[in-house]
Write a protein that binds this ligand. Structure first.
Ligand code: HPA
Length: 245
């Protein structure tokens, strides 16, 4: 079964019907909220709001292990993660959608593996290509069919948050080769891989990253909200197509 993890601007999935929310306990504690089972474009899917249904859980406080475990335990084998990001490279303008193909992890202090604690078997997952090629392709094909422009590829830098970055930090991420920056891409992607769940991200560029373009002096949360609200309608159309494919 396919699950959608919704981020900022997607705490509820418009068009998800016959909702059956389930509280799932895991060995790692409680997920961000109920795992919501429903029908989306005629298909059974699960939905989880990453920041909680009231958008009250900050990126560094999300229980990623519980979230991924709960989805996997509910039968999920594919996850499309929707994530808002800041744009670093020039083609990543506000409002652009992308399906990244690489990531760099700058987060710290997060529980980022299930191989933790006594008696746990150590497993070194292959993470050369952190996103599922097949699921990425399904997202891209769906967008193409709908004539929705989506950038194929890009490197996602995962920062700790919850604050936004400094201009110098963004210049450093650019030198590192990052195209976009977000706060939740890790450890989500790695935990999915540990559980053998196919995982791909549909990124929504919400703003120019700090110090870039219109964010030269500051980043306006109001502008971000307007861009994201508009982009989520396109995201919804693409997701409907993906679940039917
Ligand atoms: N930085 C980090 N995360 C983000 C940003 C940003 O500029 N925009 C949306 N999520």
């Amino acid at each position: 079964m396919l699950a959608i993890i919704g981020g900022s601007g997607l705490t509820q999935l418009a068009g998800l019907q016959d909702l059956k929310p389930q509280q799932v306990e895991t060995p790692y504690g409680a997920p961000s909220g109920p795992i919501v089972q429903g029908t989306f474009a005629g298909q059974r899917v699960l939905f989880l709001a990453r920041h909680g249904q009231a958008h009250s859980i900050a990126p560094h406080e999300i229980n990623y292990r519980a979230n991924l475990w709960a989805l996997h335990a509910s039968g999920v084998r594919e996850i499309v993660a929707v994530a808002t990001v800041g744009g670093i490279s020039s083609r990543m303008q506000a409002g652009v959608l992308l399906v990244p193909d690489q990531l760099i992890d700058y987060t710290w202090g997060r529980d980022s593996t299930y191989a933790q604690g006594p008696g746990q078997a150590v497993r070194h997952i292959d993470f050369t290509w952190p996103y599922s090629a097949a699921l990425r392709q399904r997202l891209l094909t769906a967008a193409q069919t709908l004539n929705e422009p989506v950038i194929d590829g890009g490197t996602y830098a995962a920062t700790q948050g919850p604050r936004l970055e400094t201009a110098a930090e963004i210049r450093r991420l650019a030198r590192d080769g990052a195209d976009v920056v977000g706060m939740t891409g890790m450890p989500e992607a790695a935990l999915a891989r540990e559980l053998d769940v196919a995982y791909a991200t549909l990124g929504v560029v919400a703003n120019a990253a700090a110090g870039q373009g219109e964010s030269a002096q500051h980043i306006s949360m109001q502008d971000i909200e307007a861009v994201v609200a508009q982009a989520m309608q396109r995201v919804g159309r693409i997701l409907k197509h993906v679940v039917q494919a």
